[in-house]
Write a protein that binds this ligand. Sequence first.
Ligand SMILES: [Zn+2]
Ligand SMILES: [Zn+2]
Length: 441
Amino acid sequence: MTISEEHPAPPPDYSQMFERLIGEIERHPGVEADSEVRGAEQAVLDGAGQAVERHADALVDLSHDIHDHPELAYEETYAADAVSTFLTERGHETTPGAYGLDTAVHVRAGEGHPRVAFLAEYDALPGIGHACGHNVICTTAVGGFLAAATQLGTTGGSVELIGTPAEEGGGGKEAIARAGGFDDVDAVVMLHPFFADVAEHPFIGVRTVVATFTGINAHAAALPFLGRNALDAAVQAYTGIAQLRQHMLPTDRVHGVFTDGGAKPNIVPDRAEVEFYVRSAEPATLQELCTRVDAIFQGAAIQAGCSVEVTWDRTPVYMPTRLNGPLSQRYAVHATARGRRVLPGGVIPEALTGSTDLGNVSVRVPSIHALLDIAPFGVSLHTPEFAAFARSETGDAGVTDGAYALAGTALDYLSDADLRAAVDEDFAAGGGVVDVEALYP
Ligand SMILES: [Zn+2]
Ligand SMILES: [Zn+2]
């Protein structure tokens, strides 16, 4: 037997490490469900809670319906229609096809400010359907919006439901932002299903890049000195990025594939291409990392005597999320009131993360992106197993609990000027508004 026949060997047994982590998570008492501000009056929260209960069965049906009709990014016609119909039937005027996007939806209740937007994602994944549980995201937002809307007579202000297409690649929220969808919004609330309740878990930014190297064809045996090898350039780029990895931040990620490596061994390739995703946790570090990756592409091309065309952001940049602390604390208060144990940031290792286009909203408007427990610990997003939990008893309980917690958070914001001041202070301390369009035109 050759060594290669024994490979790929299964990864080593990490169960001890996971058990230690699970132990820490299981023993953790959860966050102190309290914050320095008082939030909404109890009667307002009770009223919202009753509204969630009234709509609970219908919300769960909507969650199942969307789960049963998975649609890819920007193709979510069924889900967008279902959301519009659901809210129209409950007395709200909806605008389908808002922001120039066929599968976006906009609904507003109340007038004037303060104004909170609930974001509803509803796209699914190829082959594995709602394995990211966006049916739960959608219905918690719809339920939260409906419940909060019933209390505007007391709190004043307004709430919006924005159906945001294409989170799984496509960056629908960036498109909505560029169409002005968040210009008149003061705060944004949403959540994402997960295998634990966490009020604040960071998501890192990501940019995509394609480097196309151009060389000169030649007969690889007879006249190789006439050729300039584009594949060599691509290999140099791949190796250069592998070397970069030792010298980047521990939370940075760069990962790529060869998408073109030439046609035939006896032809020196005149074209080769690589595609990479570049991720980092802060807007500034993301920019810096991208500059270094770009320089590697240029250097690799020079080394092989080739030219290179570097194309960034064929799909929109996903900015790192900047989660609003005071608003996340209020979410934790309301999720705890539903009997949930909400973990503080850092108990789930921050490296266990991905990227979301909520990041693009969060650097424009104070935002939360809470994680909602609907699955046993360790069941990963983007697996068939997680898809099953998104349409299970725990997924359904998440729909009503999540709707309640989002509504409570929004109503706190509308009710409490001290909270709004704390939210704004936290947002400013995090760097204030980032002009994403200017950074990444
Ligand atoms: Zn996902
Ligand atoms: Zn997702």
